[in-house]
Design a protein around this ligand. Structure first.
Ligand SMILES: [Zn+2]
Ligand SMILES: [Zn+2]
Length: 373
């Protein structure tokens, strides 16, 4: 079928809106009509990454309606409203059988090759028949339609609005999972979140829902900190000259926080987050450090402090369980998603949403959401 898509044709160049061909879904694939798709910082990173298979259609957080299913698909049917998960899993490997679905390695080869799970693509430019068009994160949602793996389709209630639903599959799921699934934050605890972007703001909100008593938001941008207050931050720390850990210790009677969530990807913030913990506290690292970067900590006394450090990929969530649960929390008024949608734009304005990320004055804790009519 002929679809409309925003195509990445060259590294760092604006996306081009084009009509391209999308092939029918394979046996375990699903054709989804995309209704809303968030513009995530990872899309911007991919646009500027020379290793991204190109030309390709970016986009990996989206919601839509199932149009057609392959002959072996069991999870969804045409007409179902779905949110898409960018990390499908196999269900049978050593990680999946222990419930560690985000560690499943099935998707990575195809993901980095820019294909679907069977190693082939479904996209084609009509006037470039000798050239492949690659997928991104097995989804490619900056388009009117997408063919995706069955395991990426998570059914959500029909009352769930599309723009809000689109956020669940990446930043919200990751931030929520880091707090609830990885850290397992308890009521009454003190939590510090470093880096208030799409993930950090959801970690703040998850800490509030988990009953945390003090929630410190730490960021380089005052506008992100102000935004964090409406999601549950009780204290905001603008990272400037005074190290954040000193401010946190002073505010907690010298002891520090029970949990720190590092969503920055910065080795300096990582050290700060670790130092902000009280004895026995847990640091969850959810931000991605650039490859080649090292992280280090002072070794003296490490063994006496009883602190733990854990990496959290996609928030350690089980998408089939957790994304519908998050939709229910939204429908019950407990999870704020509408407030995260900063603007709704048509596909043709997608390059303006990318420009927002580069603007130092712009609020970057919410999302521009592309809405397709
Ligand atoms: Zn994302
Ligand atoms: Zn697996």
């Amino acid at each position: 079928m002929r679809i409309e898509a925003a195509l990445m044709t060259k590294v760092g160049q604006p996306l081009k809106i084009e009509k391209i061909e999308l092939a029918s879904p394979g046996p375990k694939e699903v054709l989804v009509e995309i209704k809303a798709t968030g513009v995530c910082h990872s899309d911007l990173n991919a646009l500027h990454d020379s290793t991204t298979p190109c030309p390709c259609v970016l986009g990996h957080e989206a919601s839509g309606i199932v149009q057609e299913v392959g002959r072996d698909v069991r999870l969804v049917r045409p007409g179902d409203r779905v949110v898409l998960s960018w990390l499908p899993y196999c269900g049978t490997c050593t990680f999946c059988t222990r419930g560690k679905f985000t560690l499943c390695e099935m998707a990575f080869g195809p993901m980095f090759a820019g294909t679907l799970l069977d190693g082939t693509t479904r996209l084609q430019r009509p006037d470039h028949s000798d050239e492949k068009v690659y997928h991104y994160s097995l989804l490619s949602t900056f388009a009117s339609h997408a063919v995706v793996p069955e395991m990426s389709c998570i059914k959500i209630p029909n009352q769930m609005p599309f723009a809000e639903a689109s956020l669940l599959g990446c930043g919200v799921g990751t931030g929520f999972g880091a707090v609830v699934r990885t850290a397992k934050v308890e009521p009454g605890s003190h939590v510090a979140v470093f880096g208030i972007g799409g993930v950090g703001i959801s970690a703040i909100q998850a800490a509030r829902i988990s009953g945390a008593e003090r929630i410190f938001a730490c960021d380089l941008k005052a506008q992100n900190l102000e935004f964090a207050k409406q999601f549950g931050a009780t204290d905001t720390i603008l990272i400037q000259d005074t190290p954040a850990e000193e401010t946190i210790r002073a505010a907690t009677g010298g002891s520090g926080v029970d949990y720190a969530i590092d969503a920055t990807g910065s080795p300096v913030a990582f050290q700060s987050a670790f130092s902000s913990l009280k004895k026995g506290g847990s640091l969850v690292v959810v931000g991605a450090f650039a490859s080649g970067k090292s992280i280090s900590l002072p070794g003296g006394g490490f063994h006496r402090m009883g602190k733990s450090i854990q990496g959290s990929f996609y928030g350690d969530i089980n998408p089939l369980r957790d994304l519908p649960m998050l939709a229910e929390l939204y429908l019950k008024g407990k999870l704020q998603l509408s407030e995260l949608v900063l603007e709704k734009i048509p596909l043709k304005q997608i390059n303006e949403a990318f420009a927002t990320f580069a603007n130092p004055q712009a609020l970057t804790a919410g999302r521009s959401v592309v809405v397709l009519e």
